[in-house]
Design a protein around this ligand. Sequence first.
Ligand SMILES: [Zn+2]
Ligand SMILES: [Zn+2]
Length: 139
Amino acid sequence: MSGDSAEGGCLCGAIRYRVTGDPVAATLCHCGSCRRASGGTNVAWAVFDKSQFEWLSAGPKAYSSSPGIDWLSCPICGSLVGYRRASRPDHMDITTSTLDDPDRYPPTVEIWLEQKIGWETLHPDLPNRQQSSLNDAQA
Ligand SMILES: [Zn+2]
Ligand SMILES: [Zn+2]
């Protein structure tokens, strides 16, 4: 499985990308920044090493919400496809929902419960954390 590649892209198809192998992390994030950036109640992220990732199209538009933090989206349709932070320069975070086969990359932990919307339910089988599972603070 680790040599397999998978593709994904935005709503309009202008942004396409490919990942190879297994993600180094797969999270379901409830933080307020992810919710606002996506418009969703949470965002599932698949975190890949930069060597496992490539754009197949022109690159996305980057919005820097604070120094060293970039939200990557399609300049045409606005889909949030990725996230980069300077403190994790070797990682490319991809929104799991923009993968063509998101079922292949299920989240393994729910994070940022302290910012979760009150009416949103949690996955019964996943561990969860009040903040991030990665070793740095989220935006
Ligand atoms: Zn698009
Ligand atoms: Zn988040």
